[in-house]
Ligand binder design. Sequence first.
Ligand SMILES: NC(=O)C1=CN([C@@H]2O[C@H](COP(=O)(O)OP(=O)(O)OC[C@H]3O[C@@H](n4cnc5c(N)ncnc54)[C@H](O)[C@@H]3O)[C@@H](O)[C@H]2O)C=CC1
Ligand SMILES: O=C([O-])CC(=O)C(=O)O
Length: 265
Amino acid sequence: MQIALIGCGAIGSALLELVQNDAGLQIAAIVVPEGSQDAARAVAQRLAPGAQVVQTVPAAGIDLVVEAAGHAAITQHVLPALQRGLPCIVASVGALSAPGLPEQLEAAARAGRTQVQLIAGAIGGIDALAAARIGGLDSVRYTGRKPPQAWKGTPAEQGRDLDSLAVETLIFEGTAREAAAQFPKNANVAATVSLAGLGLDRTMVRLIADPAVRENLHQVEAAGAFGSFELTMRNQPLTANPKTSALTVFSAVRALRGHVAPLVI
Ligand SMILES: NC(=O)C1=CN([C@@H]2O[C@H](COP(=O)(O)OP(=O)(O)OC[C@H]3O[C@@H](n4cnc5c(N)ncnc54)[C@H](O)[C@@H]3O)[C@@H](O)[C@H]2O)C=CC1
Ligand SMILES: O=C([O-])CC(=O)C(=O)O
């Protein structure tokens, strides 16, 4: 299968490393903006020598697209790829907090007679949540807790010095839609939990900067006709990007392998 990888940062590079020996998965193209071409070429030379580094998904020779780039890449690359009939795996799930974008993705996939797959990424339990939704959910709460440095470059910096935080600090409380829009690099999980469960406007989210933790913690509490569950993930962050958990990479690789494996779990 010929793959186009969109984005070649922390997730993209780690993904290339993991799939480099997968016989069924050939990375044919790496799609990054003009300013990132040189960096991506250096990574490609090492981990995917057969890949061309380009600015848009090639018009021919691609069977499957995997996005690990950021919210803007969904409109820019994923929508047109779906329309052309290419199945797409998406990590930047928070992009679906933009009103109308889920419907646009569905329409594009329908037009191309294909599918867009939103990966679980850094969170677990999405299968249970999506199944529980069928019986009816009463409440879903998500709490994201990361070390202060993971909140740099976000609205969490407004009115506070993250470097000198001494105690855990609530930096956001609201809906999953607001969280995903305000924290595009830190609240994709909030969007994923909400899309699997009660929706972007009925899923309550708390985001916390906590100097006492080293991992990225994700907690989900859900209750409904099925019963209830409480989930805590303690994810190792990637060295290349402390905002992003390593599990996100593994989740994307699992999705890719799921397209070629004879037995899928
Ligand atoms: N679903 C989940 O659990 C998670 C999802 N994510 C999503 O994955 C994205 C990437 O994460 P990292 O690799 O850690 O970020 P990163 O900042 O290390 O890398 C981003 C890469 O994408 C490229 N890029 C940026 N805009 C682009 C565009 N419009 N088209 C093509 N390439 C573009 C950059 O040049 C860079 O190569 C995040 O922005 C976030 O949206 C991140 C963590 C968890
Ligand atoms: O990787 C993580 O721990 C989660 C993350 O950044 C996000 O939800 O956007």
